[in-house]
Design a protein around this ligand. Structure first.
Ligand code: KG4
Ligand code: ZN
Length: 352
């Protein structure tokens, strides 16, 4: 029987049973990750191999280095993940992989590995959108969460407010007009001399500073749920340069705290407004920036005041990982959305 025929029968059986254990691979940026996830909600094992130390000396991700490191890491990471779960490839029902958005060379490593595993084991191949993966991390953290709900996705490359209408169905409510939230965090951190990726370090530093030390511009955007971080970032960077030119000391903690406060107010105000105006009793957070301590605290307060239930994955499920890909893959599989073996990487893949 051909691979396609075999897989078609399996998908039908899995959909009828409503159960599947999925091996997922993620390699869209600077983490090589694999996870085994049962029924979209239960993580059996998860392994994340970070390349951050390799890129830190260049101040950002170097795509060519990322691809080379993914080549080295993907097989050992998958092996370790299977070993941790005490499973072999024969024990999983399908192979899932992030096919976009992300760095094309990095994505291709995961896609090629997943295709090879799917073909060798004769299992279905499930293509997953990385952003959908971030949203789906909430299904792992909150077993009772079901669409519809509003979700803020804030990562290094994206800042979206989406309405999750159903599994795999999204309405874009707003997005950034310029920099992504994580990108702005990283750029401000860099000016303060913090190594890449500066977001988490800026978060830590900001706890020691005064959030009202700097007068920052009020951000205006055309859409009520749209974001803009570039003006805020530039104002901060200019303030630092001015202090340095005048030979004055740069109060790094105050600058970090002022930026974080302004960015968090902006992110939380618009996301809460979107949840309220869309009649969503739930607001979910997703993406690397969702692990920011200021954002988590402020969102908690604002959601409580507005009678909205806040859902957020633990920090390890907010930053890049493969468990979130395995979760999103389950719902795709249940809809019969699988890929053929000519699946390609889509660096600019959109969620909506
Ligand atoms: O979702 P993610 O791991 O990768 C992308 O898909 O982009 O997000 C990474 C981004 C980086 O810009 C990183 O600095 C930021 O998330 N980030 C944070 C924090 N942790 C990660 N930004 C602010 N505060 C944090 N605690
Ligand atoms: Zn990500």
């Amino acid at each position: 029987m051909s691979y396609e025929m075999k897989v078609k029968e399996q998908v039908q059986a899995l959909r009828e049973a409503g159960h599947a254990t999925i091996l997922a691979i993620e390699s869209s940026c600077d983490e090589t990750a694999a996870a085994i996830v049962k029924d979209g909600r239960e993580v059996i094992s998860s392994v994340i191999s970070s390349q951050i130390p390799l890129h830190a000396m260049y101040g950002g991700v170097v795509p060519e280095i990322a691809s080379r490191k993914h080549v080295e890491s993907v097989d050992p990471v998958v092996d370790e993940c299977l070993k941790k779960a005490d499973m072999t490839l024969a024990d999983v029902d399908a192979i899932a992989v992030t096919y976009g958005p992300g760095l094309v060379g990095a994505l291709l490593i995961g896609v090629s590995a997943a295709k090879a595993l799917a073909y060798a084991a004769g299992k279905p191949l499930i293509p997953v959108n990385h952003i959908e993966g971030h949203v789906s991390a909430n299904y792992i953290a909150h077993k009772d969460l079901e669409p519809p709900f509003v979700c803020l996705v804030a990562s290094g490359g994206h800042s979206h407010i989406v309405r999750v209408d159903n599994y795999g169905e999204y309405t874009l409510l707003g997005q950034t007009m310029d920099d992504a939230a994580g990108e702005a965090f990283d750029k401000v951190a860099r000016v303060l001399g913090l190594p890449y990726p500066g977001g988490p370090l800026l978060d830590k530093l900001s706890r020691e500073g005064n959030p009202h030390a700097l007068n920052l511009p009020h951000v205006k955007t055309p859409g009520r749920y749209d974001y803009s971080f570039s003006g805020l970032k530039t104002a901060l960077i200019n303030a630092v340069h001015k202090l340095r030119q005048n030979g004055q000391e740069v109060p790094a903690a105050d600058i970090a705290a002022s930026f974080q406060h302004a960015a968090v107010e902006l992110l939380s105000d618009k996301a809460v407004l979107a949840a309220k105006e869309n009649g969503s009793p739930v607001l979910a957070l997703a993406g690397g920036v969702a692990s920011n301590s200021g954002l988590r605290n402020t969102m908690n307060d604002k959601c409580q005041k507005n009678g909205i239930r806040l859902m957020m994955p633990p920090p390890v499920l907010c930053t890049d990982n493969a468990a979130m890909i395995g979760s999103a893959a389950f719902y795709r599989l249940m809809r019969g959305e699988i890929a053929s073996l000519d699946l390609n990487a889509c660096p600019s893949l959109k969620l909506v």
